[in-house]
Design a protein. Structure first.
Length: 229
C-alpha cells in the first residue's frame, strides 16, 4: 500500500524546510522526517526519537523535561539557541489529516537568539550568551478531530505552557511551513537576520476546522494557500 500523497508531500515539505534551516545556519542539529505506516488505515510523518514525546506528559520541571528531550534527541530540529521543534502529522489512507502535534521548547538556560543574535552568528562560546531574561515555556499547536468539543476543545488549538485548559482556537491545521514560519518570525527574526525570506513554500495546506462559536472568540487565523515572506 502506497503512502497517501498528502503524507508524502508533508514529509517532503518538512525535509526541504530543515535543509533550508541548515543552510541558513539556524539549525544546530536535526532529525529528518520519516514516513511510517502505523496500520492499514493510518500513516505518520514523524522523526527519530518521537517515541519519547510522552515525557512532556509527566509532571516534571521544565528544565528536566527539556534536558531529557535533548538527551534522547527527541526533536525534528534543535535551533541555534537550543530551542527544540517537534513536528508530527497523522493521516488516514485517503490522505485526510487526523492529527498533528507541533511543539516548540525554548532552551531554559541559553538566552534567546533575538536577545543576542550577533553572539550566536559569531559562534562565540555559549558562556557568553547564557542567563535568559525570560521564563521559557512550551508552545504547541495541536489538531485532533476525534477529540474535538466545540469551544471546550477546538479541533485545532494553541496551548501555551502546561496550563490545563489553555486551548486557544486556531482556524485550521498548520502546514510545516506555517509552523516554522511562525516560530522564526516571532522568536528569531531581527532587523539584521532574516530567516523567513525565501523559505521553501508548502505544497500541502489544510481546510478550516474552526466552528462558528469558536470564531466568535479570540482566535488565531492560519492563512490558506501560498506562503509569502
Amino acid at each position: 500500500m502506497t503512502a497517501p500523497q498528502a503524507a508524502q508531500r508533508t514529509k517532503k515539505d518538512l525535509s526541504d524546510l530543515l535543509s533550508s534551516l541548515i543552510e541558513r545556519h539556524v539549525a544546530d542539529d536535526q532529525n529528518f522526517p520519516v514516513l511510517r505506516r502505523l496500520s492499514d488505515e493510518t500513516w505518520e510523518v514523524s522523526f527519530g526519537g518521537a517515541e519519547h514525546v510522552f515525557i512532556a506528559m509527566r509532571d516534571i520541571d521544565y528544565q528536566d523535561l527539556y534536558r531529557e528531550l535533548c538527551e534522547k534527541r527527541s526533536y525534528s530540529v534543535k535551533l541555534i539557541d537550543g530551542g527544540l521543534l517537534q513536528l508530527q502529522y497523522k493521516f488516514d489512507k485517503n490522505g485526510t489529516l487526523l492529527k498533528h502535534r507541533l511543539a516548540f521548547y525554548p532552551s531554559p538556560s541559553l538566552r534567546s537568539f533575538q536577545d543576542d543574535p550577533d553572539a550566536y552568528m559569531r559562534e562565540e562560546p555559549f558562556i557568553d550568551i547564557v542567563r535568559r531574561r525570560i521564563v521559557p515555556f512550551l508552545l504547541r499547536f495541536d489538531y485532533d478531530d476525534e477529540a474535538a468539543r466545540d469551544v471546550v476543545h477546538p479541533t485545532c488549538h494553541l496551548t501555551l505552557g502546561d496550563v490545563e485548559g489553555c486551548r486557544i482556537p486556531v482556524s485550521a491545521p498548520l502546514s510545516p511551513r506555517w509552523f516554522i514560519d511562525f516560530i522564526l518570525r516571532n522568536f528569531y527574526q531581527t532587523e539584521k537576520h532574516d530567516f523567513v525570506r525565501d523559505l521553501p513554500a508548502h505544497s500541502v495546506t489544510f481546510p478550516e476546522s474552526i466552528t462558528k462559536s469558536e470564531r466568535a472568540l479570540i482566535h488565531m487565523v492560519v492563512p490558506y494557500g501560498a506562503c509569502t515572506s
